[in-house]
Design a protein around this ligand. Structure first.
Ligand code: ZN
Length: 854
């Protein structure tokens, strides 16, 4: 098994670097604009898997298994943009952009084709939205030959693979002709439109202007624009995408396809600067931010250029003369809103859920820009159009201000990024802000940073039990998709004085983007006392909330790297107990396990469940083998007594009154949630007979609002053994209105959130095998437990709050956060935690599945 997994990894390397059969078979499309401009694309560029970024490519020559005789991989030209055929889409007269005098989505393809008339412009389709709309990346640069692109790519990769060598090359003039990548993301919030229109205006100039300054700029940069990161939201005038996700909260989780598409481009280019254009904040807001600043950034390097670039953009915005886009200083001069300079708290860069903060982990000077005038709401048409005109002009000015700054400070920006990566490979601690300008302009405590000593390595064991294998592979593949380097031990290794078994994954923190590895794997920090107010959440952790075991290895010492091989792909291969079996057992303690059960049930396979929660499947290898391989789960041998007591189960018919993130998470697990409301029951659209379980976390389903007939039906449904899972204050309210569990609840601060240490009841069917950590947001905890109610999980009595922001946290210590019981014949579970929060804490999902399966 172990050997086979290693072979899989090697095979991945070969596949990555060789042209794939599919790519070879693809006929050249004579209609491509690319053919017209004479730059045929490399055979496998289009098939380069997302997320296998420059760091892996740069280091691949060191990876065992790569033969020197292999052909020069065209993946080396990953940065060279394609010119795709941009197809028209049907006109939608209801596109919300039209009312704002802004470009509707259906007018974007012709506009992009017109830009393709310039040999400075390439347009790629980089992915699709939830509803299937294309996401476009436009890259502007002066034309380069393949040989020049090859040289460009080598210098690009050298930044991460060997920052020392890159620094030496920069000093010797070796980067003089290298074009620096810059990045502009637009319209991630669908109802903040104008970045798209502004970028198309700027691109028109970049494509066709003969101004020597523009030509010079195109010879110095590769400028990538995401035209709209949220086309579904643009059309529908929604902030969220069609899954109901705020994607500017999803970058560190990357649950959404639009986010993964843009993440792949950030990985591909590791740009020097990045703008994410939003609205609407009066004065025009330009980051850098207030504190607390994320612990894993090289913040002293970031602020040096972030502040000066912000000042350059402010000058450009003020130069538009649009007084509605700025505010007055006491002396009558005008300014924008630069939170680092102008605010004391509440606009922080702490969580890398935001696109620009995520990009900082790729060595990028990232900025959110908030254009000034909200065009929504009850306005005259003339005023609405005036606002979008000003907003577009402000966005154009900020883009041009950024491009100007990047042109003027090109080599300093590159030197800054190389220093960022050098500290990574050298394993240095972060440093305090030492820039006199930043120190003099910082308001309040915004100049403070918390110095971080990084681990020497992390070990993610993957050999012994199946949860560790599936969850470890999931986490490692996520790290690879984020351009991080991960190794695997092909024999037992000794790291920091400890022995680890063969098959363990090892994250050597001496790597260029180690800050991102730390942001993913560490638990974080309690920042309650740093600042009173935070903009959004203050904790996340893939290492502590995704289910894999992650072990920290010291801060110093050498690694036994002869026993390690670079990983290019991580996938749990699953297993089936050998020999002829009457039945197989499947223990579900990971998302993949839940998916496998729901798949078996959906396929009509006869499934039952033992008293200890193990699923029992008939002994048919042709059924279980493909499931084991697809989901990476393990089917084990069962003893006859285990099977004897098993009870049949069928696919849970699930009704939900929940938020978009929770519904998405339930779908991820393979459930088919149906949204329910009391109204839909009352008017006969829905019937209680069609449901086995309800998950309730909103007030959309109020049992007291059922009419007499439906109320009786609901109580009969409860008495017949229905299942109710309530989450948060609204779940508890549902419980009380239905007269279910006898418990009293207390609420933490509504803005409190974080990662908590919990104590699980080992005998609980819901939490018996749960992680020792959980996530809370607007935390709820139970202060009185009535008769017949089981405490499945409670907060640890001491030091439970591991990371995040929770004023008044002490009052919650030791209290129950998950309770369950049978009430009125129904199986009821209440969560005070947030096990499905924004589809992030995957390692907590099994608790919800177990509660639904009761
Ligand atoms: Zn926004």
């Amino acid at each position: 098994m172990r050997v086979r997994r290693l072979l899989t990894a090697s095979l991945g390397t070969l596949l990555l670097f060789g042209p794939t059969p599919a790519a070879q078979a693809a006929p050249p499309d004579p209609a491509t604009h690319e053919a017209a401009v004479g730059s045929p694309r490399g055979p496998s560029d289009t098939d380069l898997p997302f997320g296998v970024g420059p760091a892996q490519r740069g280091r691949s020559a060191d990876a065992p298994g790569r033969q020197p005789s292999q052909p020069e991989p065209s993946a080396k030209l990953a940065g060279k943009p394609r010119n795709d055929v941009i197809k028209d889409v049907p006109a939608e007269l209801t596109d919300a952009s039209i009312a704002y005098n802004l470009i509707p989505y259906h007018d974007i393809p012709p506009a992009l084709r017109a830009l393709q008339g310039s040999d400075r412009i390439s347009v790629e389709v980089i992915g699709q939205s939830v509803l299937g709309r294309d996401l476009h990346l436009v890259v502007a640069t002066a034309p380069m030959s393949d040989a020049q692109w090859k040289n460009w790519q080598q210098l690009s990769d050298l930044r991460f693979s060997d920052p020392h060598a890159a620094q030496a090359k920069l000093a010797a003039g070796g980067y003089d002709n290298w074009r620096t990548p810059l990045f502009i993301n637009n319209n991630i919030h669908g109802n903040e439109w104008e970045g798209t229109d502004a970028s198309l205006q700027v691109l028109q100039e970049l494509a066709f202007s003969t101004d020597p300054a523009v030509v010079d700029m195109l010879n110095k940069h590769v400028v990538a624009f995401v035209v709209t990161n949220n086309p579904d939201g643009r059309v529908a005038a929604t902030r969220a995408n069609a899954n109901g996700f705020d994607m500017n909260r999803d970058f560190i989780t990357a649950s959404q396809p639009e986010v993964r598409a843009v993440r792949a481009q950030l990985v591909r280019y590791s740009p020097l600067t990045m703008l994410d254009i939003h609205g609407y904040v009066s004065c025009t807001l330009i980051e850098p931010t207030t504190g607390p600043h994320g612990d894993n950034y090289e913040y002293d390097l970031y602020i040096r250029h972030a502040l000066r670039n912000a000042l350059a953009m402010e000058r450009a915005v003020l130069a538009t003369g649009e007084t509605r886009a700025s505010c007055a200083n006491p002396d009558g001069s005008r300014r924008n809103d630069i939170p680092f300079r102008d605010r004391t708290q509440g606009w922080d860069d702490w969580p890398p859920i935001f696109t620009p903060m995520y990009s900082m982990y790729h060595g990028t000077i990232g900025h959110t820009i908030e254009i000034p005038l909200n065009p929504r709401g009850n306005l005259t048409v003339a005023e609405r159009h005036e606002r979008t005109r000003i907003n577009t002009a402000v966005a154009v000015a900020s883009i041009k201000g950024n491009l100007g700054y990047a042109t003027e400070h090109r080599s300093e920006l590159l030197a800054n990024q190389l220093e960022w990566f050098r500290r990574g490979v050298d394993g240095e601690s972060t440093r305090p802000i030492d820039d006199p300008l930043a120190i003099s302009l910082a308001r309040g405590d915004n100049v403070k940073t918390h110095l971080q000593d990084f681990a020497r390595a992390y070990v993610i064991p993957a050999g012994t039990d199946q949860r560790s294998a599936t969850s470890a592979a999931r986490l490692v593949q996520f790290m690879l998709d984020n351009d991080l380097q991960v190794h695997r031990a092909w024999r037992p290794v000794k790291l920091g004085g400890t022995h680890y078994e063969a098959g363990s994954y090892v994250v050597d923190m001496r790597q260029a983007k180690r800050g991102l590895a730390s942001a993913l794997l560490e638990v974080g920090r309690d920042v309650t006392n740093d600042f009173n107010a935070m903009y959004d959440i203050s904790a996340w952790s893939h290492g502590h909330l995704w289910g894999a075991t992650v072990q920290r290895v010291g801060t110093d010492g050498t690694l036994d790297d002869k026993g390690l091989r670079l990983v290019t792909e991580a996938r749990a291969t699953g297993a089936v107990a050998p020999g002829k079996q009457a039945n197989y057992g499947l223990a579900v303690d990971s998302v993949a396990g839940i998916q496998a059960v729901n798949r078996l049930l959906g396929d009509g396979v006869r499934v039952s469940r033992t008293a200890d929660g193990t699923f029992v499947v008939p002994g048919d290898v042709s059924v279980v083998r493909p499931i084991a391989e697809e989901y990476g789960v393990e089917f084990v041998r069962l003893t006859p007594p285990q099977v004897r007591d098993a009870t049949p189960v069928s696919k849970t018919r699930l009704g939900v009154a929940a938020n978009g993130g929770e519904i998405f998470a339930l779908r991820q697990m393979g459930f088919d949630p149906v949204s329910v409301t009391h109204t839909a029951f009352n008017n006969g659209t829905l019937s209680f007979a069609d449901f086995d379980a309800f998950f309730v976390s909103t007030t959309a389903f109020n049992p007291l609002s059922l009419d007499a007939t439906r109320s009786a039906a609901f109580h009969q449904w409860l008495a017949d053994g229905g299942t109710v899972v309530g989450r948060g204050a609204s779940g508890k309210q549902f419980n009380d209105r239905a007269g279910l569990l006898d418990v009293t609840i207390a609420a933490g601060r509504s803005d409190a959130n974080g990662i908590v240490s919990v104590v699980n009841d080992p005998a609980s069917p819901i939490t018996g095998n749960a992680l020792p950590t959980a996530f809370v947001d607007a935390p709820q905890y139970f202060t009185r437990i009535g008769d017949g109610v089981r405490v499945d999980q409670r907060l640890a009595a001491e030091g439970f709050f591991r990371a995040g922001h929770w004023g008044g946290q002490d009052a919650a210590a030791g209290h129950a956060v998950v309770v369950s019981g049978v009430a009125k014949g129904a199986n009821v579970t209440l969560f005070g935690t947030e096990p499905l929060f924004r589809a992030h804490p995957e390692g907590l999902y099994p608790q919800v599945a177990a509660a639904l399966w009761r």
